[in-house]
Design a protein around this ligand. Structure first.
Ligand SMILES: CC(C)(COP(=O)(O)OP(=O)(O)OC[C@H]1O[C@@H](n2cnc3c(N)ncnc32)[C@H](O)[C@@H]1OP(=O)(O)O)[C@@H](O)C(=O)NCCC(=O)NCCS
Length: 175
């Protein structure tokens, strides 16, 4: 099995990023999400996984800004999306390595919450749960809207808005 290294994507990685997104998502809208987040200044982190020996790209994960409130105060939070691994490299831990690296970075950056929209059976493996996202005001609220607490607890107070970056609305319009 290939040894996976996860690193921050640099401008020179643009072609690889495009290749991964096109191979993983049938609709161009998902491939556009990363570009739109970057254009809007909402991309917090883009990580790319590579085969350590060959440096071939294997997958990527993006994190973007969210506006989240707890007890009327801003709660620093990010959205994880998209997460994508090239079909021929799936089921060998590449996504797990990407999610772990993203979580580690955001813990170090003192973020409180990481939100995802996706399959509970998959994201629950990494500690995300719908219960952690419950009560936040989001158009995505429901069983597929999940969160991970990054610092082992949250401030007291009622849960308020959990707003994704505007690029996500564009994604919805094209569905
Ligand atoms: C979903 C996806 C990112 C998984 O990547 P991967 O590298 O194969 O995942 P991993 O090998 O790291 O697997 C991590 C865990 O999830 C499980 N898993 C992997 N794919 C899964 C799937 N489609 N459904 C449920 N569980 C899955 C693995 O068995 C593993 O669990 P384990 O630790 O208990 O063995 C990949 O299939 C993909 O890119 N799909 C297309 C894009 C997509 O749907 N992205 C997610 C929404 S944005």
């Amino acid at each position: 099995m290939a040894t996976v290294v996860v690193e921050r994507a640099a401008p020179k990685d643009a072609f690889d990023v495009d290749e991964i997104l096109r191979a993983c998502f049938a609709r161009p809208a998902e491939a556009m999400l990363v570009k739109q987040l970057a254009i809007d200044g909402d991309l917090v982190l883009l990580l790319i996984a590579r085969d350590e020996a060959s440096k071939a790209p294997l997958g990527l994960v993006a994190l973007s800004k969210m506006h989240v409130a707890i007890g009327g105060d801003a709660a620093p939070s990010v959205a994880l999306a998209p997460l994508a691994v090239l079909p021929e490299h799936r089921r060998s831990g590449v996504a797990a390595a990407l999610v772990q690296a993203a979580v580690d970075e955001m813990r170090r950056a003192s973020a409180l919450l990481m939100f995802v929209l996706g399959e509970p059976g998959f994201y629950e493996k990494f500690g995300f749960s719908a219960a952690n996202a419950e009560g936040f005001d989001s158009p995505y609220a429901g069983p597929y809207f999940m969160a991970l607490e990054l610092q082992g607890g949250l401030p007291c107070g009622p849960r308020g808005l959990a707003d994704h970056a505007p690029a996500f609305a564009t994604l919805e319009e094209t569905q």
